[in-house]
Design a binder for this molecule. Structure first.
Ligand code: PNS
Length: 161
């Protein structure tokens, strides 16, 4: 199959994301992981930091490229000549939200969305929950790539001052 986008906020990337990106990379010739810029949301990590962490965490996947985009995802897909989006689905809540976006994106430009059922071991993972738990000194070491875990702890320590 040709190329696919794996979009998200990735603030920061966690093991559930890596699982979806790796599985997409096994099915598509090229996977463009796209960090979406949301000007209304500050985030814990800058877009450049998120991209750097994604690059490190996917360095063993030669057909994965990391990019960022501000605007409609379908416009980026068109610019890249890509006709597919891959998303992970953790549960029924994800499904409701993702189905609506997939249908909107298809209506806008005809781009199709492919859903991967998340690995049950990752169903409870979300970047915001991981940040909350880590900020309250909970152990999140096995939920993130090791380099991301290190950076998360450093950022939390920095913020504590
Ligand atoms: O990791 P997230 O925050 O769940 O990812 C959601 C994201 C960024 C993929 C989604 O909000 C998105 O595609 N934003 C880009 C703007 C856009 O195209 N909006 C219309 C979606 S139908």
């Amino acid at each position: 199959m040709a190329g696919a986008l794996c979009p998200g906020s990735f603030d920061p990337v966690h093991n559930g994301h890596i699982d979806v990106i790796s599985r997409a990379a096994a099915q598509f010739d090229e996977v463009v992981v796209t960090v979406l810029i949301n000007k209304n949301k500050q985030g814990m990590f800058s877009i450049d930091e998120r991209m750097e962490m994604l690059r490190e965490a996917t360095s063993d996947l030669p057909n994965v490229r990391i990019e960022s985009w501000y605007g409609l995802l379908v416009d980026f897909a068109r610019e890249q000549g890509i006709n597919a989006i891959v998303k992970g689905l953790r549960d029924a809540t994800d499904f409701g939200y993702e189905l609506q976006m997939a249908q909107m994106n298809r209506k806008l430009t005809g781009v199709d969305t492919y859903f991967l059922a998340s690995n049950p071991a990752h169903t409870f993972l979300s970047s915001s929950l991981i940040k909350e738990v880590a900020a309250l000194s909970g152990d999140v070491a096995d939920m993130l790539p090791p380099a991301v875990h290190k950076r998360l702890l450093a950022r939390i320590a920095e913020r504590r001052g």
